[in-house]
Ligand binder design. Structure first.
Ligand SMILES: C[S@@+](CC[C@H](N)C(=O)[O-])C[C@H]1O[C@@H](n2cnc3c(N)ncnc32)[C@H](O)[C@@H]1O
Length: 467
């Protein structure tokens, strides 16, 4: 009989979705934080539920042959790169198995097979955007004395702690230049006695530092999110940044006076350079503003779009819908292969970015529609005025499609549906709905956009069964 609060010897069999080790005692499954396949560990069982338990590694008794020394000094506390101590090829292999298991279980496809797996190259320094947080509650490391200075931090949240920030010196998944900027901003802010924002009392000035990079254009945006407007306070940091990194393209100040802890401001001030930076994908150039969505791994993003394009198998006569189009990057990327592409999205500013990027890239066959897709196709008369699509691409948020949208998708009657997802669990759920309505799953691909982290990106292609 397993007891919560005790230590157990466990053999880790695999890595579950969420990047936690999986061990079994008889038929009882235990998710082990920090465990990787091939290890035997002593683990502390901190939670016991009806069907499963949760534990954390206390000691590794036998090391896995796939273990690698994590590159990051912050690995033990940060929680961002949970699988950095697992050899990269095995991380990708485990992600493939996770997707297969989820599709077997949730979509009921017993003989599921992943056709393509695309590892990330490079698998360090791949992110084009990082959001760091300022805080007056720095997370103390175990070897630090209690009386050490702890009222200024610039870094990342400690897992499950909304108020504690781990000071980050070097993050290995952001661009190398980002680490220089991060450390310079911290040093000059401290020198000038600028106060970080306190999320409990809502007093203080500096809230977030958001860095964006055009990986294919070498452009850089530095965005300070502050709780009120005072550009004089920021000027010493701006001067120091421009002296050391004169090629910074854009320095922005987003002012967020609300209590909600978001990096989006109510308005923004340009402190240096342009209000946007450019990023290239294939032949296209996109303008990216401080708050617009853009794929965070530019190089893998292009590979993802190529896989979607191949699955869509579009001809010059085809009408294509791109549902949940965001800033229209997919819409524009595929436009030259189709007769018309219609993008649908609920956020107006994203649609404005999309329309602007269509003009700047000289694309004339894309149309963008403001639509809440939870109800748009079932409740709006507007749909009748649109041409019927031959191919539909969907890329919903993590929650997947609204059930009404998923049910209606098959009714639209496209010959192919390409479903891109950042959450295989909701994608597998929606897959069942699509399969039950006359489609066959003809391709499933895993594209690793986020090495070392728990995230998985997938592309599923469905073909109308009668074809
Ligand atoms: C994963 S992103 C899509 C990204 C885009 N395809 C790209 O590659 O840049 C999902 C998008 O769905 C949008 N969205 C979320 N809920 C929606 C809804 N109910 N109706 C329409 N769009 C929605 C979000 O605003 C977001 O832009």
């Amino acid at each position: 009989m397993l007891k919560k609060g005790t230590e157990l010897e466990l053999k880790i069999e695999s890595l579950a979705y969420g990047a936690r080790g999986v061990a079994r005692v008889d038929d009882f499954v235990i998710f082990v934080d920090g465990g990787i396949p091939g290890q035997t560990v002593n683990a502390f069982l901190y939670k016991k539920r009806k069907g499963f338990g949760e534990a954390r590694v206390v000691e590794v008794l036998k090391q896995s042959s796939d273990y690698v020394v994590p590159r990051c000094e912050h690995f033990d506390f940060c929680g961002g790169c949970r699988a950095q101590h697992l050899e990269y090829a095995e991380q990708v292999n485990q992600k493939r198995q996770q997707v297969e298991n989820i599709f077997r279980r949730m979509a009921g496809i017993k003989d599921i097979k992943i056709d393509t797996v695309v590892p990330s190259d490079p698998y360090f320094h791949y992110r084009n955007k990082m959001e760091f947080t300022f805080s007056n509650r720095r997370w103390l490391l175990p070897d630090e004395p209690e009386n050490v200075e702890k009222d200024f931090a610039l870094g990342l949240h400690i897992p499950k702690r909304f108020d504690k920030i781990l000071d980050i010196n070097e993050c290995h998944i952001q661009q190398t230049l980002g680490n220089g900027i991060l450390n310079l901003v911290r040093a000059v802010a401290k020198e000038n006695n600028l106060k970080p924002y306190d999320v409990r009392t809502h007093i203080g000035f500096l809230r977030h530092l958001v860095l964006r990079f055009g990986v294919n254009t070498n452009q850089v945006m530095v965005n300070f999110v502050t709780s009120y407007e005072n550009t004089d306070f920021l000027q010493p940091i701006v001067d120091a940044l421009l002296e050391k990194y004169p090629k910074i393209t854009s320095i922005i100040n987003n002012v967020n006076t609300r209590k909600g802890d978001t990096a989006h401001g109510e308005y923004e001030i340009i402190l240096h350079g342009t209000p946007t930076i450019e990023e290239k994908m294939g032949e296209l150039t996109f303008e990216v503003s401080a708050n617009s969505f853009f794929q965070t791994n530019s190089i893998q993003g292009e590979k993802l779009y190529e896989i979607a394009l191949e699955g869509a198998d579009i001809t010059k006569d085809d009408i294509v819908y791109d549902l949940y189009c965001g800033t229209g990057t997919i819409t524009l990327y595929i436009a030259k292969y189709a007769k018309e592409v219609h993008g649908f999205e609920v956020i107006v500013s994203a649609l404005e970015d999309a329309a602007r990027n269509a003009v700047s890239n000289g694309i004339g066959n894309t149309f963008f529609h403001k639509a809440n897709l939870d109800t748009f196709f079932t409740q709006t008369g507007l749909v009748k005025k649109l041409p019927k699509p031959d191919v539909v691409i969907v890329d919903p948020p993590r929650a997947g499609m609204h059930e009404k949208m998923a049910r209606h998708l098959a009714k639209i009657g496209a010959k192919r549906i390409v479903y891109i997802s950042c959450n295989p669990a909701t994608q597998a759920r929606d897959t069942r709905i699509i399969l039950d309505r006359g489609y066959t799953l003809t391709k499933l691909a895993v594209v690793d956009m986020f090495p070392h982290t728990a995230h998985v990106e997938t592309v599923a292609v469905f073909t109308k069964s009668s074809e």
